[in-house]
Structure formats: structure tokens, C-alpha cells
Design a binder for this molecule. Structure first.
Ligand code: F6R
Length: 244
């Protein structure tokens, strides 16, 4: 793993955006794997600014998002479909028909997940996968477990993830209890992984990811085995990694 030190959230966002923008410039029809949550918002805002200046062109880019809450319609403001349009897609020249997010509105979980796996595989997997990390070391919604997951599947969210994500809902009872997520194996097929982390709350997970044993009890630790994984983390997120 290559660890890139950032000063703070803004610096982390610019550094992550720089890597994504380089990928799009090098391969204009690249496939980006994208994430939601608080972590990538700054990087998306930076990419939007560079798009507006004419420095980066998304016309031929395709995207596959990691995950979606089960049971939310695409227009639900809490859905990741909505999040991606609101925070990124509506502000750049991407062709919306090339953007993909697991279909949380499909109640047939097995069918929704199998279809998403088929699409990601048919596309050839992401050239670059952007990830955030959960306080408990999750990636996508792959929660700590006794095994690493394979393809897209339906998960029960842990209480800690429900609690962490409740900040974005009016009420903790409104947080969906299940989600569809790309599996760890699918994530590992990306040719490059950029995992961003900011803030003290991520410090233990970042330490476990980079320097702990490779174990499904910290799903992000599998990234140690990826041949091209870059961690972009700020001082607070790296505060428990004096060796970094
Ligand atoms: C979101 C996702 C999650 C988040 C993680 C961190 O698509 O896959 O794994 O990256 O929960 O969330 P934030 O960035 O809100 O701290």
C-alpha cells in the first residue's frame, strides 16, 4: 500500500481528486468505481471545479457505485442514486446512462445483486475504485465478518454503521437496516484502488487496515494484498500510524 499524507480534509480531497483526474485524462473512457458518504464529497467538488475550468472531461467515463440502501427509490433524497446525482453527476458532463448504482428499489435482492455483478463484470471492472472506510473498517457495506465476501450481495448493517449513518437522516429509525453492496472480491478486481480517510474517528480503522493482520474482522485490511492500492489520509486519520 502506498500511503499519501494529507494535512486535512481539504488537502485529502484535492489529492484524491488529482489521482482521479489523472486517470480520466490518461484514459478518457475509463471506468470509475465510486463511493458515497462524507469522505468523497470534497474530491467530487474539486473534480466539478476542474470540469468547469475545462481541465477534465467526463463525456466518455462510466461509473459503478459500490452500494445502495435496500428499499429506497432512486429519487429518495437518502438514496445513493440521489446522492451521486446531487453531489457529482448533475454538475459534470457525464452521460447518465453510463452511471450505475445497485438498484435498491428492487425487492428481489438476489436478482438485483446478480444483475449488478453481471454489469460490472461485462464492463471489465473499474480502472480506479474510490473507497471510503467505515469506523469499523468496512469497505462498501462489507461489514466485519468471519469471511471475506465475493460478489454483490445484500447485507444487514451493523448497529455501529446505522449509528454512524444516522447523522444524515432525521431519525435513527429511518436508517435502512439492509443494503446491497459490491463484495470484497469485486472491489479487489479494480486495477487501482484509492481509499480516502479523514478525521480521528477513522484512525483505528486506518491503522488496522494498513498495519494489522489481513482479516475479515477488518475488511479494509484485504487491500494490503492489492497490487495498486493508494491510501490518501489526513493527519488525524493517520494519528495512530506513527510508522506511516
Ligand atoms: C459508501 C461506502 C461506505 C463509506 C464509509 C465511510 O458508498 O461505501 O463504505 O465509504 O461508510 O463513510 P463516510 O465517508 O461518510 O465516513
Amino acid at each position: 500500500m502506498k500511503i499519501i499524507h494529507a494535512k486535512d480534509y481539504a488537502d485529502m480531497s484535492r489529492k484524491a481528486a488529482n489521482i482521479i483526474s489523472a486517470q480520466v485524462i490518461l484514459k478518457p473512457d475509463c471506468i470509475l468505481g465510486l463511493a458515497t458518504g462524507s469522505t468523497p464529497i470534497g474530491a467530487y467538488q474539486q473534480l466539478i471545479k476542474w470540469y468547469e475550468k475545462g481541465d477534465v472531461d467526463f463525456a466518455q467515463v462510466s461509473t459503478y457505485n459500490l452500494d445502495e440502501y435496500r428499499g429506497l427509490l432512486h429519487d429518495d433524497p437518502q438514496s445513493y442514486h440521489f446522492f451521486m446525482r446531487d453531489n457529482f453527476f448533475n454538475h459534470i458532463n457525464i452521460d447518465l446512462s453510463r452511471t450505475h448504482v445497485p438498484d435498491g428499489s428492487t425487492t428481489d435482492a438476489a436478482a438485483a445483486c446478480a444483475e449488478y455483478d453481471r454489469m460490472v463484470a461485462a464492463a471489465g471492472y473499474p480502472d480506479l475504485q474510490l473507497l471510503g472506510i467505515g469506523n469499523n473498517g468496512h469497505i462498501g457495506f462489507n461489514e466485519p465478518d468471519d469471511h471475506f465476501s465475493a460478489g454483490t450481495h445484500c447485507v444487514d448493517l451493523t448497529e455501529s454503521t446505522i449509528e454512524a449513518n444516522s447523522r444524515l437522516f432525521d431519525n435513527i429509525d429511518d436508517v435502512p437496516r439492509q443494503a446491497y453492496t459490491m463484495g470484497v472480491q469485486t472491489i479487489m478486481y479494480a486495477r487501482m484502488i484509492v481509499i480516502a480517510a479523514s478525521g480521528e474517528k477513522k484512525a483505528q480503522a486506518v491503522r488496522d487496515m494498513c498495519f494489522g493482520p489481513v482479516t475479515p474482522s477488518c475488511p479494509a485490511s484485504i487491500l494490503q494484498l492489492h497490487t495498486n492500492c493508494v491510501v490518501v489520509a489526513d493527519e488525524a486519520a493517520l494519528s495512530l500510524c506513527p510508522e506511516a
